[in-house]
Write a protein that binds this ligand. Structure first.
Ligand code: PMP
Length: 318
């Protein structure tokens, strides 16, 4: 376990490592005006015993980012392996000793306004990491509402990609939810079926049956979603249905939980003021949390291949 030191976040921007506070873009940057970026939210989980940060499913995140970049005609000069190496180096140079959130973005970085042709614009890439604890401030079960904003449809801006501009949809719903005293909003899609949280996928439990909306329901194909499906099947021996879910199924569910890189596995205790089950963290949600947390911290050898380790290098030069 290395000596404690002070971390100072280092960012990577268009080919160079630099202190995060020096990584700046101009006010004419296309992505700032129009949200023309494909990004990721990745967690680095601090393992105190080993003095290392374990980055969860790093490659899968970059695969998803590049799928979104393809839609936006963003071409960055790095392979997936190089993107993973850059990310590890950002963590190694920053020297964090706590959990971090990693934010890479491939975006239209050209300083050109009033141009709506993606193919006429130059591309940029950055990767930064910041200390990050709990996303939703609750150790127990949270309160949710059904958002009045519907999820954007695949025929509008495809939500299966993590595109910057798309997040206005989530942000409107999340802000309304918080303003009304809820912790999170659950969004319905255009046909009125349950879609996802504003930054999480959703699972509904009835008895020993777990269901989650299909990937064709305008959800983001969540990396935590897939991890939870695999753990439920392979470790708990359960069946997971991917199917359309009616809004009313939330009312008589035994358990509802949300999954996401930031939120981890988050129990939902009430929806629109109606208790879900007993209103506290359900048995199945708890079993999945107990499996998941050691895995993301590199403490379960069977799943160590899900994690990429990064140790502080002690170099502060950029
Ligand atoms: N849906 C949305 C809209 C999200 O923003 C996120 C967070 N990336 C998720 C689902 C969960 O995805 P993941 O498990 O890959 O973080």
């Amino acid at each position: 376990m290395p000596d404690k030191h002070t971390s100072s976040p280092i960012a990577f921007l268009d080919g160079s490592y630099m202190p995060l506070e020096d990584a700046r873009v101009g006010i004419m940057t296309h992505a700032l005006h129009y949200g023309t970026g494909a990004f990721e939210g990745i967690r680095g989980n601090w393992n105190e015993d080993e003095g290392k940060t374990y980055i969860f499913k790093l490659k899968e995140h970059y695969e998803r980012m590049l799928r979104g970049a393809k839609l936006l005609f963003i071409d960055i000069p790095y392979s997936i392996d190089e993107l993973c190496e850059i990310t590890v180096e950002v963590i190694q140079r920053s020297g964090f000793t706590e959990d971090v959130y990693i934010r890479p973005m491939a975006y239209k970085g050209e300083e050109k306004v009033a141009n709506l042709n993606l193919r006429a614009l130059g591309d940029s890439f950055f990767c930064l990491a910041v200390p990050f604890g709990q996303y939703i401030d609750s150790d127990g079960a949270i309160s949710c509402c059904i958002a009045s904003y519907r999820r954007i449809d695949d025929t509008m801006v495809p939500p299966r990609f993590k595109l910057a501009g798309l997040y206005l949809n989530s942000i409107l719903a999340k802000t309304d939810a918080l303003s009304s005293g809820f912790d999170e909003a659950i969004m319905l899609n255009q046909d009125g079926h349950v879609c996802e949280g504003t930054g999480e996928n959703i699972f509904v439990v009835h008895g020993d049956k777990i269901a989650t909306p299909t990937l064709e329901s305008n959800v983001l194909p969540g990396i935590t979603r897939q991890t939870v499906i695999d753990l439920a099947i392979n470790e708990l021996g359960l069946k997971v249905q991917e199917r359309p879910i009616d809004r009313s199924e939330l009312i008589d569910a035994d358990e509802v939980f949300l999954t996401g890189t930031a939120a981890h596995i988050q129990a939902v205790g009430s929806i629109d003021h109606r208790l879900v089950g007993s209103g506290s963290v359900g048995h199945l949600t708890k079993s999945l949390q107990d499996l998941y947390f050691p895995i993301v911290r590199g403490q379960n050898l069977k799943y160590l291949h899900y994690c990429t380790p990064a140790s502080y290098l002690g170099v502060k030069k950029t």
